[in-house]
Write a protein that binds this ligand. Sequence first.
Ligand SMILES: *Cc1c(COP(=O)(O)O)cnc(C)c1O
Length: 429
Amino acid sequence: MPEIEKTTYQDTLAYAKQADAADPLARFRDMFNIPKDAQGNNLIYLCGNSLGLQPKKAKEYVAQELSNWADIAVEGHFKAAIPWTTYHEVMREPMAAIVGAKPEEVVLMNTLSTNLHLMMVSFYRPTAKRYKILIESDAFPSDSYAVKSQIKEKGYDPQEGLILWQPREGEHLNRFEDLEALMAEHGEEIALVMVGNSNYYTGQKYPIKEITQLGHRYGCKVGFDLAHGVGNIDADLHYNGPDFAVWCTYKYLNSGPGAIGGCFVHERHANDKDIPRFTGWWGHKMESRFNMRVDFDPIPGAEGWQLSNPPILSMAPIRASLEIFAEAGFKNIRAKSKKITGYLEYLINQLNDERISILTPENPEERGCQLSIQVKNADRSMHDGFMQAGIICDWREPDVIRVAPAPLYNSYEDVYEMTQRLKQLLANI
Ligand SMILES: *Cc1c(COP(=O)(O)O)cnc(C)c1O
């Protein structure tokens, strides 16, 4: 199969079709429901960074658990084909493979912001000398709210307790050397470094290993929010070594609106029973969980942070999605992602329109599948134009369109069509 390299990209429909024909992952598109317009034509869906598409199997797996509930009710906990008490275990290995962790380091539970709070209860342990948290200046709002509320809850001033890693004047991207400088200046005051592995606004990917080593060198705990990376960027969590990570499963992991989130706790904390944490019965060892009257005895590893028995109906679509990831193989997904996003970048550059600039880094190693496109003097009507042209993407104030070709279901033709329609829209403003 011919390799499609950047230098061979061509600005033609014939090329896009040929790239699809040569794409080893092309068949996976058929495993998803592609949204359609009123006439029944496929929409061009480039919004997997916000909500991934539905795997066709999701309905069947949800229906299976509805049937179990109807037919055997409480017996489903132990007698369903996949017993509900251990339903999450089926997903542990495929989930761990996607984030590059050992199975015991990963658990699916709650939602992202809740997991972030639970992780901070355990890994943000401020002292009078070391009580600050370092985040990206343009962190996702929920992360920023969560972090500030934790600082406040521990009795410190959130304004003073927050250190921001920000782009230089006139720039959009964060520089690692600026983080090094911040750490050199404030490292001893920082209890926790908490950043994304990809920034939601610019699509910039951050180096997990380097940030983790830097944080640890200054004695800080280090956590990552993988929301915009998981399912399209390799995180290699075990090897890279952060203390914890959290993510959602409804973006690139295609598991449905509000689907439960994921959480990673590094092996080095697996057997630490003294670590402060908020606890619930589902984190207690399975062997004695139902004896009910014994003291809390945590499951070693990430599962020890579980609180409640999980929502099976929300987990069923995740099972459908993770099966697809396992079949496709994460390395192949990342390889296609680099090529198809590279093609999108190439086509946008071919437009040669000086009103347009791409905020996302050019180096494929410093980004995932998303490109953030800034359109000078555009407003929200530009986004409405996209919707009318049958393109689903996402608009961020003041002037940025985020487009994310998802490697499992987007085609090179999608990307080609999108840029053709973008050209028409630009001709009209
Ligand atoms: C999507 C996203 C969230 C959303 O959090 P929920 O708790 O799932 O609603 C939080 N942080 C980041 C970085 C995100 O991309």
